[in-house]
Design a protein around this ligand. Sequence first.
Ligand SMILES: *Cc1c(COP(=O)(O)O)cnc(C)c1O
Length: 434
Amino acid sequence: MKYYSTNGNAPIADLHKAVVKGLAEDRGLYMPERINKLPKEFFDNIEKMSFQEIAYTVASAFFGEDVDPDALHDIVYDTLSFDCPVVQVKDNIYTLELFHGPTLAFKDVGARFMARLLQYFIRQEQGTQQVNVLVATSGDTGSAVANGFLGVDGIHVYVLYPKGKVSPIQECQFTTLGKNITAIEVDGVFDDCQALVKNAFMDAELNQHMKLTSANSINVARFLPQAFYYFNAYARMKEQGRADNLVMCVPSGNFGNICAALFGHQMGLPIKRFIAANNANDIFFKYLQTGKYEPKPSKQTLANAMDVGDPSNFARIYDLYGKSHEKITSLISGATYSDDQIRQTMRECYEDTKYILDPHGACGFQALADGLNPGEVGVFCETAHPAKFKEKVDEILGIDVEIPERLANFMKGQKQSVPMSKDFTDFKQYLMKQ
Ligand SMILES: *Cc1c(COP(=O)(O)O)cnc(C)c1O
């Protein structure tokens, strides 16, 4: 499969290059030149298949030309060592729980898949040196990437995070791992971390010295595998005889997750329509209303993993539908919620059903509660476990959310990090010694 850039000014890339580079030379996002439709028989029998079997079929449609079938099978089964179940919350509203992975958020799926695919490509190039992944994080991305790559041979990960600016729960998820993961505690803010990473990629001497790559969420190997669990959601709903008028609702920030769902739809997945649920960062919502895409600085909200003022994957959605506002609005609608509304939804849902929503899932639940038509059945993504936002959830609901064992285990570990200034010369000097 070949990949082109959404900006249209970069050379066509193969999968290997698209994965290692992440972003195309013209700063556009890579798109597969074709989206293969899956056969009718697959959908006719999908409810009899396991999550992993379904995922392997979907993965073969994207990556089958470029990855050996046995290797792809292992990558998929190894990535999906946990389930993404569908749970009924009330009446016609179900949730697709995406928080059963190692770091309790959906980004585990993409990060684990990318780590294993990158390893596959490294092994093919005989005698190559170690690959170094640099990632800047304000919290969640660092933990998903670090855990996704943990123990993967031939790859070393450097996670740069702002000192004192990530929650203790988040910090322990990437500072206690050891092995091939190094946490770098930068005396600065998130933007400083990102600037260090960008400078490193542009520094010729450093790139001579070591092989550098990013594990950004726009990477095709991170975003496409997210399509797997939408097929599984459909299968599990079909099993219960509830898949006929399905509405899929995705709490969205950078729009990678919903974009993967839309790719699934292009492959034939019978979802009737989609809802993008936003917090107060309403750029996409406004685009749907007006046809104008106007990025803004992001606003801080309770659902902070969705605080994005210029969602990168809008470029992919725009490209997927031939830049047609009409096509986009005929399939996707939007919703936007303030922090007060998020709190109210969390309280009402808990009182009504005892289901504990996290602030991101709350936007999804409410968008279905507000937007479902008679006869429709809705599934929203629970993108993170409520314990990841324990302080907030406890305060809003007046409860003591139980911390799952795998999260508690991180908190028992010994924190190890390398202190770093925000000055690039210091960071470069450190890397040159590795
Ligand atoms: C990353 C994230 C989102 C937003 O997903 P996008 O793919 O960026 O739209 C939503 N919820 C949680 C918990 C996240 O970590």
